[in-house]
Design a protein around this ligand. Structure first.
Ligand code: VGL
Ligand code: ZN
Length: 194
């Protein structure tokens, strides 16, 4: 049990059709199986007055993030498409943060990176958390080895007490054990595995 309060925010990372639906273009194995546990966390958070935020990978049709344009990923989460929508079974009771809108790269819900200059800039999430005087961030969603990892590491770097819900995440595992390695890296950075 997390013990949510009004200084805690739950961040649900990229629980979108392309990652969470088995028919999605970048389907994460077990991605749809975490939704029930994520919904339980959303319910607990809201009952305790904690804010819930939902990040969405939100790419243009052409971006160096995609393999066809020089990156590594199949086309996924293109703005306005079915694949970019939050999974229909997800309980949505908070604001959405869309990232990558201008073709930026980067995986965290807190920062995006210009693919040419490498320059990083913050998303709206930092200001939203500051406005609520949040001190603690609880992270779940997809995928453990990319956007969940980036989000949890950034939350620590920004000074939040950070908890990662290990039974409400799933990994891409491009290489076997990427998810396990990401968990170890997050823990070493001071993220509490809950
Ligand atoms: C993600 C790969 C590419 C993620 C986003 O949400 O973890 N992974 N884009
Ligand atoms: Zn992406």
């Amino acid at each position: 049990m997390i013990g949510y309060d009004d200084r805690t925010a739950l961040v649900v990372v990229d629980l979108q059709n392309d990652f969470a639906d088995p028919a999605g273009s970048l389907a994460v194995r077990g991605g749809d199986e975490i939704i029930g546990r994520v919904n339980d966390q959303v319910a607990q958070a809201r009952e305790a007055g904690a804010a819930v935020f939902y990040s969405q990978d939100w790419h243009p049709e052409t971006t160096p993030h995609f393999a066809k344009d020089g990156g590594i990923w199949p086309v996924h989460c293109v703005a306005g498409t079915w694949g970019a929508e939050l999974h229909p079974a997800l309980r949505v009771e908070g604001e959405r943060i869309r990232k990558g809108i201008g073709g930026e790269d980067g995986y965290s819900a807190f920062t995006v990176r210009d693919p040419v200059s490498g320059e990083e800039s913050p998303t709206a999430l930092v200001a939203m958390l500051a406005q609520r005087h949040a001190e603690r961030v609880v992270v779940c969603g997809l995928a453990t080895d990319y956007c969940v990892r980036g989000t949890a590491l950034d939350a620590r770097r920004l000074g939040f007490e950070t908890v990662l819900l290990t039974d409400a995440v799933a990994a891409v595992d491009l290489r076997p054990d990427d998810g396990e390695r990401a968990l170890a890296e997050m823990e070493a950075a001071g993220v509490t595995l809950g």
